[in-house]
Design a protein around this ligand. Structure first.
Ligand code: PLP
Length: 404
């Protein structure tokens, strides 16, 4: 792609030497970005069709978000939760309103929101449901889930790469096939405190469940007095054409886990959002984070909620997503085996004879389009929602070239 001894080569070599090898990135070295485009250190432009795993839903350096960040940098950035700030209350009030819930627990990364959701569910189980003392609470999760990479979260992953060598694992989880409500019903017992699911599984390859699945999960959770926790960290905040992926099925979970785009592509902002009868189980000292809910994060999060309240990006994702899916589906039989997803979120299974997802992604990067493989020969298209129809056409044309 580039001549040897370019600035990019030098930076990649230095990165390989000094940065832990827990990722295997494409050889593109970003120097700046705007909207849906990334420019590398050699001045080459790439259409970003990953959007930092949906953390950049509103585009790189969205002007309103950047203006908020600048203004807040000049006011106050961090006080910890030892004191109040004038940014935390308006942010949490707005986010609770967007979710139709009573309260917010602000955190930073997605994995922290998941960990926090698990703690809240266990505490709710102990304090409200009475799963305490000799009774051991269990939480039901789905096969092929991805909720992050902390010790507890990988304990219920079935991805061997994420797990192997990192034991001992946290007990208290049961995994059932995603999309199988009967299996879920059989797994629930008197000590089940929560069901934790991605409404559409992202890292598994953008897997959309059968239409009756989430409504049945909702009904089961209500019947059995179990919390339904929706991990909308990747699927939420306009990515699928609705504010939450659960909205496609008219389902309201008890607990939303949010992250990624909540930080506007600027700063990690995550949250657990639920009603008072759930989040009210937390008392001072039982959970916390030095950075969670800091003024800079809160100001940015409040602006992100304001953008979502206008609905513009939900509409763009729905309309342009239909276009993206139509264009990708038309490649079926020409190197594409299947296309799944909702809105501007597509999982594309490429004929393995044409290479792994990683190899196809490399060839696309050479043509100026950045995508990421999920597993095997599956690619994910998840561009910033500011992308235009012409840019989608351009990206899919490059993809068609790579496939031929
Ligand atoms: C559904 C889901 N949950 C949780 C996470 C973890 O988020 P983070 O990487 O910010 O810890 C991810 C990240 O990809 C995710 O897709």
């Amino acid at each position: 792609m580039t001549a040897m001894h370019t600035m990019a080569d030098a930076l990649i070599a230095t990165e390989n030497r000094y940065v832990a090898h827990n990722y295997a990135p494409l050889p593109v070295v970003a120097a700046s970005a705007q909207g849906a485009w990334i420019t590398d250190v050699e001045g080459r432009r790439y259409l970003d069709c990953l959007a930092a795993y949906s953390a950049v839903n509103f585009g790189h350096r969205h002007p309103e978000i950047i203006a908020t960040a600048h203004a807040q940098l000049d006011a106050v950035t961090l006080v910890s939760r030892a004191f109040h700030s004038d940014q935390l209350a308006p942010f949490c009030e707005a986010l609770a309103g967007l979710c139709g819930k009573d309260m917010v627990l602000p955190m930073n990364s997605g994995a922290e929101a998941v960990e926090s959701g698990i703690k809240v569910a266990r505490k709710w189980g102990a304090d409200v449901k009475g799963v305490d003392g000799p009774r051991i609470p269990n939480i039901i999760v789905a096969h092929n889930n991805f909720h992050g990479r902390t010790t507890t979260i990988i304990s219920f992953s079935d991805d061997d790469t994420a797990r192997r060598g990192f034991g001992p694992y946290t007990p208290g989880f049961r995994s059932v096939p995603f999309g199988d409500a009967d299996a879920l019903a059989r797994a629930i017992d008197d000590d089940t405190v929560a069901v934790l699911l991605e409404p559409i599984q992202g890292e598994a390859g953008i897997i959309v469940p059968p239409d009756d699945y989430l409504p049945r999960v909702r009904a089961l959770c209500t019947e059995r007095n179990v919390l339904m926790i929706a991990d909308e960290i990747q699927s939420g905040l306009a990515r699928t054409g609705r504010t939450f992926a659960c909205d496609h099925w008219g389902v309201v979970p008890d607990v939303y886990l949010l992250g990624k785009a909540l930080g506007g592509g600027v700063i990690p902002v995550s949250a657990v959002v639920a009603d008072r009868d759930v989040l009210g189980v937390l008392h001072p000292g039982e959970h916390g984070s030095t950075f969670g809910g800091n003024p800079l994060a809160s100001a940015i999060g409040r602006t992100v909620v304001g953008i979502l309240e206008r609905g513009e990006f939900q509409r763009r994702s729905a309309e342009l997503g239909a276009h993206l899916h139509a264009r990708l589906t038309a490649l079926t039989g020409n190197g594409v085996l299947a296309v799944r997803g909702r809105g501007l979120w597509a999982g594309v299974d490429v004929d393995p004879a044409l290479g792994t997802g990683k190899q196809v992604g490399l060839r696309l990067a050479e043509r100026g389009v950045l995508v990421k493989d999920t597993h095997g020969s599956t690619l994910r298209f998840a561009p910033p929602l500011v992308i235009t129809a012409d840019e989608i056409d351009w990206a899919v044309d490059r993809f068609a070239e790579v496939l031929s």
